[in-house]
Design a protein around this ligand. Structure first.
Ligand code: AMP
Ligand code: GLY
Length: 428
């Protein structure tokens, strides 16, 4: 089989890497890819927002399955374009991708179908929004409806902060039209966990729970980023896992089918475990980045077979199995990220790191230059360690990190630290 992976981040490298290991797969292409995907796939220079160009390539090269990584091409209708031409594709249609593309769509679906989530009000007028939050002290989380590079959520402590958020989103239009409508949401508290599930529109198969680290600096300080590291499995009791499946994932897939939009692909549920039970904070319509890196590092099942089953409606016959143990991905970023940063810095130590056991270095913002690689984005590498438990996985990841260097390299030193601490306390 020939596969095409669309995207150029760490997530896409992990997907291409795992697909390349499948006995069923002959060739892997990645569009446009990075210096890491070039090691396990053939990079092709295609515009990921040009649906016709992607589908033309898939037809011409006899691609048996195309896997769309990022949300932008999904929301741009890449899957719809492939399906119109009868090409097998993994990912949700444009309408289904609205679960991520519109927080209002997602909230209304959850409210209508009884999927547990925080109380919220949709507001499309700034004056109305300001008077609403003044009257309702529970409404202190302000969210832009649309995509805002992960920066459109304001978790506020005071009324004044919430007012400021509304000004920024609705009056100053910091994120353009993404902030034309907002949600004023109840502020929840508890531990956060992400659960990703595969679906063919009917059957749902959850993957290992994962934990992301969104802030730029240690101890969850600094600005929000796309994710500075992640580990899997995140702590979730059997009961909690069952609850996520039966109260969130399965009902959401059922709801989408009932709405006439069967959801195929990965459904990513960002959850909070509150004292009152599980609540959905957000949905994404794709694999998480960097959650995918530790999840796929532990996946035992054949990824091609799973993804193809989602595309063809045959997931019911598949089981998803994982290796014992844990995995931890530490993101190495360009100094300055998530704000301005420089590109083109030579990356040292990749060969040394890759020679280590229980380690895989996924590339994100990298580009081939000569025989080596240079930085080409904010998040540069995802150094992913595996081990028999989270402590060993974290140690292996940081051992890998210690081998790699580029000018102005920045990373968090506490990825997985809380989980290791909990493990130690349990052992006492
Ligand atoms: P989201 O993009 O909706 O996942 O929001 C980004 C982050 O904001 C989440 O990972 C949470 O840490 C936080 N957050 C979102 N919604 C709430 C809420 N209702 N209460 C408290 N924190 C929230
Ligand atoms: N790491 C968070 C995301 O992929 O949305």
């Amino acid at each position: 089989m020939n596969v095409l992976v669309v995207g150029n981040g760490g997530r896409e490298h992990a997907i291409a890497w795992k697909l390349a290991q499948s006995k069923l797969v002959k060739r892997v292409y990645c569009a446009p890819g990075n210096a890491g995907t070039a090691l396990c796939a053939e990079n092709v220079a295609l515009d990921i927002l040009d649906n016709a160009a992607l589908a033309d390539f898939a037809e011409r090269e006899h691609i048996d399955l195309t896997v769309i990584g990022p949300e932008a091409p999904l929301l741009n209708g890449a899957v719809d374009a492939f399906e119109e031409r009868g090409l097998a594709v993994f990912g949700p249609t444009k309408r289904c991708a609205m679960l991520e593309g519109s927080k209002v769509f997602a909230k209304r679906l959850m409210q209508k179908h009884g999927i547990p989530t925080g109380r919220a009000q949709v507001l499309d007028d700034a004056q109305e929004a300001l008077s609403f939050i003044e009257k309702h002290p529970w409404a202190r989380v302000i969210k832009a409806e649309g995509l805002a590079q992960g920066k459109g959520v304001y978790v506020c402590d005071t009324l004044e902060e919430a007012q400021r958020a509304i000004e920024e989103l609705m009056v100053e239009r910091r994120f353009g039209d993404a902030g034309a409508r907002i949600l004023a949401e109840e502020r929840l508290s508890g531990r956060e966990v992400s659960v990703l599930a595969l679906s063919d529109g009917t059957t749902v198969r959850a993957l290992l729970p994962a934990q992301d680290h969104k802030r730029a600096y240690d101890q969850d300080r600094g600005p929000n980023t796309g994710g500075m590291g992640a580990y899997a499995p995140a702590r979730l009791t059997g009961e909690e896992r069952a609850e996520v499946l039966t109260r969130v994932l399965e009902p959401t897939i059922r709801a989408m089918r009932e709405e006439g939009a069967p959801y195929k692909g990965v459904l990513y549920a960002g959850l909070m475990l509150t004292p009152e039970g599980i609540r959905v904070l957000e949905f994404n319509c794709r694999f998480g980045d960097p959650e995918t890196q530790p999840i796929l590092a532990l996946l035992d099942s054949d990824l091609f077979s799973l993804l193809e089953s989602c595309a063809t409606g045959t997931l019911a016959k598949q089981q998803v199995t994982f290796r014992e143990g844990a995995a931890c991905c530490v993101v190495l970023a360009s100094g300055g990220y998530p704000n301005a940063y420089e590109k083109g810095r030579r990356i040292h130590g990749l060969t040394e790191a890759s020679a280590l056991e229980d380690l895989v270095v996924f590339h994100a913002g990298t580009r081939k230059e000569g025989s080596g690689a240079v930085t080409d984005g904010g998040r540069v590498l995802g150094v992913t360690g595996t081990g028999s438990d989270i402590q060993r996985a974290v140690e292996n990841a940081y051992l890998g990190v210690s081998r790699i260097y580029f000018d102005r390299m920045h990373y968090r030193r506490d990825i997985g630290k809380a989980a290791v601490q909990e493990l130690k306390e349990e052992a006492r």
